[in-house]
Design a protein around this ligand. Structure first.
Ligand SMILES: C[S@@+](CC[C@H](N)C(=O)[O-])C[C@H]1O[C@@H](n2cnc3c(N)ncnc32)[C@H](O)[C@@H]1O
Length: 273
């Protein structure tokens, strides 16, 4: 079933309800995450680290779009950013993030809103906009998204994006061999996919039948559908890299030697001149 009958805002709000439900799973690890961050922990994946070097030298403010429970946002602080800002549509995720920064007495600001409505008080204030790891699929207005990133950055500011590779969508996630997914297996399809419930290797069971959970609306994107809106918004491409590393266990049954031959994630570094 597609989501063509709903407009962008309605799909984003339904996703908000779904993420508020999923936040219950994130909340289970709040205390553990606070201790991890207190001890200087940094929750980034290996391919991200080269892009997040020497932050103390150049990054007074980082804005993390779709920050979820704030662990990654606060990891930027542990890497030397002077002030971090997290933006997320889920009230419950933002509450979790705030609990962490309060416990750590961290210089953090949290904004609960649809990315498309990000506060203009933040315009032109970011040395770094960071986003990714399961962010782009939830968005249904890429031009609007790219425009927000462009307005948040200071002149000279950088966007660093690390997310699932567009090609990684097309493989069957349950299969023990490489084959096209029956629903997502067309790289160029633009259908809005809608479903309820969460995969076992991510959020898992939330204690309710999945028919009672909020409906999620997602779209896979081609690489051009991600990059072109950012170029159009005036950002300059500095580096694009494809990585075999995953950021979550999307293909639990696929042999690792097959998985490691595929592009599973990508990095995009762009700058506002
Ligand atoms: C997979 S998480 C982001 C990844 C994060 N690094 C993590 O590991 O938890 C996706 C986040 O996007 C947020 N989100 C989805 N649609 C949004 C929108 N339109 N505006 C702002 N946040 C949104 C959700 O609430 C959720 O917290």
């Amino acid at each position: 079933m597609g989501g063509e009958h709903m407009n962008t805002r309605e799909m984003h709000q339904s996703n908000r309800a779904a993420w508020n439900e999923a936040a219950a799973h994130y909340a289970e690890t709040t205390a553990e995450r606070i201790e991890f961050l207190r001890s200087g922990g940094v929750n980034f994946e290996a391919p991200e680290l080269p892009y997040l070097q020497n932050l103390g030298d150049w990054c007074a403010r980082a804005i993390h779009l779709q920050c979820a429970g704030g662990t990654d946002t606060l990891s930027l602080w542990n890497l030397g950013v002077k002030e971090v800002v997290g933006v997320d549509i889920s009230d419950d995720m933002i509450a979790i993030a705030r609990t962490k920064s309060d416990a750590l007495n961290a210089p953090a600001l949290w904004f609960c809103n649809d990315i498309l409505d990000t506060s203009h008080t933040l315009d032109g204030t970011a040395d770094l906009v960071y986003t990714g790891r399961g962010a782009l699929c939830w968005l249904h207005d890429m031009d609007g998204w790219a425009g927000v990133i462009a307005r948040l950055l200071k002149p000279g500011g950088r966007l660093y994006l690390y997310d699932g590779h567009p090609l990684s969508w097309i493989w069957d996630m349950e299969a023990a061999e490489l084959k096209l997914d029956p629903v997502y297996g067309d790289y160029f399809q633009t259908t809005v996919q809608t479903n309820q419930g969460w995969g076992p290797t991510y959020i898992g069971d939330l204690g309710k039948p999945k028919e009672e959970l909020a409906r999620k609306y997602e779209t896979q994107k081609t690489f051009g559908q991600i990059l072109n809106p950012l170029l159009q918004a005036g950002l300059r491409l500095e580096k694009m890299e494809e990585h075999p590393e995953e950021y979550w266990e999307a293909f639990p049954n696929l042999p690792k030697d097959i998985l490691s031959r595929l592009p599973n994630t990508f990095s995009l570094l762009m700058r506002k001149d």
